[in-house]
Design a protein around this ligand. Structure first.
Ligand code: ATP
Ligand code: MG
Length: 571
């Protein structure tokens, strides 16, 4: 697999015409294969929260339906009661809506359990399915290998009548989990392993989140998916490449259960799944991170889940633009997570209100600023958006600036503060550093003594003083203490899941969360509502966390200002 540094648009120099799925749909429409109808579906299994890979599948299936005036169904693929939960159903619906899509119908594979069972009986009657007493281990052991045929089960020759009785017994709870399965009778020597008498039903005496205890046998994915597509009238069933080898089975089941040989059939088409470097995308492994407490929950801002990204401050538009840029492919590759971050910056730059925040404060006394007075300055809310207006920020005798905006012995090209140097306070005045005070105990610099030039007021500067640098600042008495959560990548390895001898958890970045408790934000941010976006000037994009309160504002680092993607793609 290769890391794709170029997005689809960049590769082609312009927005490319049609991708292979669009070409297929247009061909089908032209030939009236399904009349004018385009109906797709997104079929999540409700066994975890959606992640950025699902966003790719969602934008594809919903996006195509929209482009061709069609519809997209949301179908919960709920065939495994042991791992599935209502909580996941709710989160999936919320995330799809948040991404900006709406489904035509909400369906559940469990809606079709009666119909699927009837079809199973039909296959048994046709001699195309049989009850096997073998255990899962025995079935696996007799499956053969891609180069060696499997062995036929001794139960394969059971009579139709016996099979019908046993299947009914399975359904009625006469047997225990693992005692029996229903298998399709296809070909144990098929070069496609999925065609070697695949399991159609297994016994699971578990309560289902929707059907309760009505069933104790549950259909396998392969026996449910194509038929569900058929029942709903899906025209284009899109899934990821690992299902390509299942396609003959998808078609085989439909051919066996449907009598109209030339009638309507849904059709499966595969595309490459989204892989991102530095990222894990298996729900099972994401669940491990949650259960073992490596993160605070599915919506931890470091998680690649939609809910994590929402909490981190990513926007639906940024995620949609990203999936669009990635395009669709027929071969697996790995996308650079920097492209996702680039899309996030691109959108946040347009929409986020600028604000001042000082993360590592250093006190500055403006020695010639009158005590007990303050002046109102005017700050631009968003230079990218004229309508965003301005806001007042107060200046007074005591300020905070960032520690690293001062150096005791700065090199020539350091355009910030140092002894005897001048700098502009953004939207404020020019100041000059005359002196600094050291803490006796720690030896650290604890305070700068500066003078300000009253005639250098931003916007009406008549001072004639030339400065090379501008820094952000806060008035100490107006600054609001805040908790600032600085996030970094959750894994410090490009391919945390790609090491044979090492578990992905060994690559968890111990520095992925640093909490700053002694930082300050400007007064206006007391009013920040959860999920509001800001650019903290010179620091990065941040958003208010759901934990934020007026008493104690809490912000998350969404993404830094530095854009490594822009650098890579210019090379
Ligand atoms: P996981 O392996 O993360 O558990 P899954 O494929 O089992 O994912 P489902 O809920 O079955 O998860 O997926 C719903 C749909 O989303 C499927 O059609 C699947 O192909 C698609 N999908 C899942 N992961 C990705 C991905 N990384 N890129 C694109 N599509 C994906
Ligand atoms: Mg799945």
């Amino acid at each position: 697999m290769t890391i794709a540094h170029n997005s689809k648009e960049e590769e082609n120099g312009k927005k490319s015409s049609l991708n292979f799925i669009e070409s297929m749909i247009e061909h089908d429409l032209k030939n009236k294969l399904h009349g004018d109808k385009v109906l797709t579906r997104f079929p999540p299994e409700p066994n975890g929260y959606l992640h950025i890979g699902h966003a790719k599948a969602i934008s594809l299936s919903f996006g195509l339906a929209k482009k061709y005036n069609g519809n997209c169904n949301l179908r919960f693929d709920d065939t495994n009661p042991v791992t599935e939960e209502e909580e996941y159903v709710q989160s999936i619906k919320e995330d799809i809506k948040w991404l900006g899509y709406s489904w035509a119908n909400e369906f559940y594979t469990s809606d079709y359990f009666d119909q699927l069972y009837e079809w199973a009986v039909k296959l048994v009657k046709k001699g195309k399915a049989y009850v096997d007493d073998h255990s899962a281990e025995e079935i696996a052991a007799t499956k053969g290998t891609p180069t060696r045929p499997g062995e036929e089960s001794p139960f394969r020759t059971r009579s139709v009548e016996e099979n019908l009785n046993l299947l009914e017994g399975m359904k009625n709870g006469a047997f225990n989990d693992g005692d029996k399965v229903l298998r399709a009778k296809i070909d144990m020597a098929s070069p496609n392993m999925h065609m070697r008498d695949p399991v159609m039903y297994r016994i699971k005496k578990a309560t289902h989140h929707r059907t309760g205890d009505k069933w104790c046998i549950y259909p396998m994915y392969d026996f449910a998916h194509g038929q569900s597509d058929y029942v709903e009238g899906i025209t284009h069933s899109l899934c990821t490449l690992e299902f390509e080898v299942h396609r003959p089975l998808y078609d085989w089941f439909l051919d066996q259960i449907l009598d109209d040989k030339d009638g309507y059939r849904p059709r499966q088409t595969e595309f490459a799944r989204l892989n991102l470097n530095y990222t894990i995308m298996s729900k099972r492994k994401l669940l491990m991170l949650v259960q073992e407490g490596h993160v605070v929950g599915w919506d931890d801002p470091r998680m690649p889940t939609i809910s994590g990204m929402r909490r981190r401050g990513y926007t639906p538009a940024a995620i949609r633009n990203f999936t669009e840029k990635v395009g669709i492919a027929k071969r697996n590759n790995i996308i650079d997570v920097a492209l996702l971050e680039h899309s996030v910056r691109e959108d946040l730059n347009k929409i986020s209100r600028r604000a001042f925040a000082v993360l590592n404060p250093l006190k500055v006394i403006l020695t010639n600023f009158p005590e007990d007075t303050e002046e109102e300055m005017s700050a631009v809310n968003n230079p990218e958006d004229e309508n965003a207006g301005k806001r007042p920020i107060m200046i007074s005798r005591e300020l905070y600036i960032e520690q690293d905006d001062f150096m005791e012995d700065p090199p020539r090209k350091f355009f910030r503060l140092g002894p005897g140097r001048v700098v502009r306070l953004k939207y404020g005045f020019i100041i000059k550093c005359n002196d600094y005070v050291r803490d006796d105990a720690t030896g650290e610099i604890k305070e700068l003594h500066c003078e300000y030039y009253p005639e250098s007021r931003s916007g009406s500067d008549t001072s004639g003083i030339k400065v090379k640098g501008t820094i952000h600042w806060l008035s100490a008495k107006h600054a609001v203490p805040a908790e600032i959560r600085m996030y970094d990548r959750l894994f410090n390895d490009e391919d945390p899941d790609g090491h044979k001898e090492k578990d992905f958890r060994e690559f968890i970045n111990a520095e992925s969360l640093k909490i700053i408790n002694d930082g300050f934000v400007e007064e206006s941010l007391k009013k920040a509502r959860p999920f509001d976006h800001f650019q903290f000037e010179r620091k990065g994009y941040f958003n208010a966390d759901p934990d934020t309160t007026t008493e104690k504002p809490v912000f998350n680092l969404t993404v830094t200002l530095r854009d490594s993607w822009a650098r890579i793609s210019k090379k």
